[in-house]
Design a protein around this ligand. Structure first.
Ligand code: FAD
Length: 411
C-alpha cells in the first residue's frame, strides 16, 4: 500500500491548484457581487463565462468523467482516485465546480447519457452539456411522499402508443432556475400495477423544459437563500406528451439507471466536502492566531487547541475513507464498494459541517456574515446530509451489508 497520487493526478493537482489560486478564489467576491447586483439574480455572472472559457482552454474541463465510463472519450480519462484530489481542490470554492464543468446535477445527468443514452439523445443533450452550453436538472423527489424511499414515487410516465405521458409534481429539482436549464431527467412510474416487481416499474425520461405541461410552480429557499442562479424548484408535469424515444434506455429501467447515475458521481460531493472542511480549518487557524482576547491569541484559549487538533484528525480520516472508496470504485466496481460509498456519504458532510461550524464559532460574528465563505459552506454541508439521501438511509445500508455476512452463517 502506498499513499502517493499517480503522476497524472499530481500534474492535474498542480495545474488546478494554480488556476484556483490565480483565477477562481480572487473571482469569488466579483461573482457574488455580479450575481446579487440589480434585480435579476437568475442570470449567469459574466465572470463565470470568462472563467469557464479559460479553464476549458487550459484542458481543465469535464475532469469528473471516469475512464471506466467512457471518460477518456468525453473527458480527460482520469480514474476516480485521480479525480478525488481535484474535486477536493474544487470543493474549496463554491463557484469552482462550475468553472471546470464539474458541477451537479449536470455531472450525474451527463454520466447517465453517456452510459444509457441513445445516439440521438447524446447528440441532442450530452454534447451541449459537455460544452456547458446548456444546464439540466434531475426530478425524482416528490413533495407528497417520503422520497428517501424511492419506491414511494407517485408521478407517472405512461407509454401510450408511440408517446410517453408524464404527470406528477416534483420538488427540490436543483438547477431548474438556471437561465440555461433546457432539459430535465424525470423519473416516474411506467407500470402502475401494484404487483409489478418494485424495481422494474419506473422509467427515466428526458423532458425539454419548453414542453407544454411543464411548469415551475415556485422556487424553494434553503436557509433563506435561493441559491441563484441554479436554485431548487417545485415543478408540475401535467399531461406532458413526448415521443417514446425520450425514455432513457427503455421503459422500466429507471431504478437501474438511478443506481448507475450515482456510480462514481456518488462520492464527488464527499471529495468536495473535504476541500470545504480543509478551507474552513485554514481560515479557523488564521483567524485564531491573528485575534487576541483575554490577553492571548484565540487559538490558545480554552479548548481551542483541541478543537483545531480534532478538526485535523477528522479531515484526515474522512479524506482517507473517500480515497479508499474512490479506489474501490476504480478497482472492484460500485457494487463491491457499496458499504464504503455509504460510509463516506455519512462521514464527509458531517465532518465538514462540524469543522465549518467550529470555524464559524472561532470567527465570532464575522463567521456568520458574508465576508468569509463559511456561512454558505456551512449551509452546503448541512444540505448534503439530505440532498444525497439522508444520513440514516446510508447508515441503514451499511448495517444491512454488515449484518448480511452474519445472517448467512446463522442459517
Ligand atoms: C438542497 C437540496 C437539493 C436537492 N436536490 C435534488 C435534486 O436535484 N433532485 C431530486 O430529485 N431531489 C433532490 N433533493 C431531495 C433529496 O434527495 C431528498 O430530500 C431526500 O432524498 C430525502 O427525501 P425527503 O425529503 O422526501 O425526506 P423523507 O423521505 O420524508 O425523510 C425524512 C427523514 O426521515 C428519516 N428517515 C428516512 N429514512 C430513514 C431510515 N431508513 N432510517 C431512519 N430514518 C429515516 C430521516 O431523518 C429523513 O431525513 C434535494 C434536497 C435538498 C435539500
Amino acid at each position: 500500500m502506498h499513499f502517493a497520487f499517480s503522476d497524472t493526478a499530481q500534474s492535474y493537482i498542480h495545474r488546478l491548484q494554480q488556476f484556483m489560486d490565480e483565477h477562481v478564489i480572487p473571482a469569488e467576491s466579483i461573482y457574488f457581487s455580479q450575481l446579487k447586483r440589480g434585480e435579476r439574480p437568475w442570470t449567469v455572472p459574466p465572470i463565470m463565462v470568462a472563467l469557464k472559457a479559460k479553464a476549458r482552454a487550459e484542458g481543465l474541463w469535464n475532469l469528473f468523467l471516469a475512464k471506466g465510463d467512457h471518460g477518456a472519450e468525453f473527458g480527460q480519462g482520469l480514474s476516480n482516485a485521480d479525480y478525488a484530489p481535484l474535486a477536493e481542490i474544487m470543493g474549496r470554492s463554491f463557484i469552482a465546480p462550475e468553472v471546470f464543468n464539474c458541477n451537479a446535477p449536470d455531472t450525474g445527468n451527463m454520466e447517465v447519457l453517456i452510459k444509457y443514452g441513445s445516439a440521438e439523445q447524446k447528440q441532442r443533450w450530452l454534447q451541449p452539456l459537455l460544452n456547458a452550453e446548456i444546464r439540466s436538472a434531475f426530478c425524482m423527489t416528490e413533495p407528497d411522499v417520503a422520497s428517501s424511499d424511492a419506491t414511494n414515487m407517485q408521478a407517472t410516465a405512461l407509454v401510450e402508443g408511440d408517446e410517453v405521458v408524464l404527470n406528477g409534481v416534483k420538488w427540490w429539482s436543483t438547477g431548474i432556475g438556471h437561465p440555461d436549464c433546457r432539459v430535465v431527467i424525470f423519473m416516474g412510474l411506467s407500470d402502475i400495477s401494484p404487483t409489478a416487481p418494485k424495481h422494474l416499474r419506473h422509467s427515466m425520461v428526458l423532458v425539454p423544459m419548453d414542453t407544454p405541461g411543464v411548469k415551475i410552480e415556485r422556487m424553494l429557499s434553503v436557509f433563506g437563500d435561493q441559491d441563484e442562479p441554479y436554485g431548487h424548484g417545485e415543478v408540475s408535469f401535467t399531461n406532458v406528451r413526448l415521443p417514446i424515444s425520450s425514455i432513457i434506455a427503455g421503459a422500466g429501467r429507471g431504478f437501474e439507471i438511478a443506481q448507475g447515475r450515482l456510480g462514481p458521481g456518488r462520492i464527488h460531493h464527499c471529495m468536495r466536502a473535504i476541500g470545504a472542511a480543509e478551507r474552513a480549518l485554514e481560515l479557523m487557524c488564521q483567524r485564531a492566531l491573528s485575534r487576541v482576547a483575554f490577553g492571548k491569541p484565540i487559538a490558545e484559549l480554552g479548548g481551542n487547541p483541541d478543537i483545531i487538533a480534532n478538526a485535523r484528525i477528522a479531515i484526515e480520516q474522512a479524506r482517507l475513507l473517500t480515497l479508499k472508496a474512490a479506489w474501490m470504485i476504480d478497482t472492484v466496481g460500485v457494487k463491491a464498494a457499496m458499504s464504503e460509498i455509504a460510509q463516506i456519504k455519512v462521514v464527509a458532510p458531517n465532518v465538514a459541517q462540524t469543522v465549518i461550524d467550529q470555524a464559524i464559532q472561532m470567527h465570532g460574528g464575522a463567521g456568520v456574515g458574508a465576508d468569509t465563505p463559511l456561512a454558505s459552506m456551512f449551509a452546503n454541508a448541512r444540505i448534503l446530509r439530505l440532498a444525497d439521501g439522508p444520513d440514516e438511509v446510508h447508515r441503514a445500508m451499511i448495517a444491512k451489508l454488515e449484518l448480511k455476512q452474519y445472517k448467512k452463517s446463522a442459517h
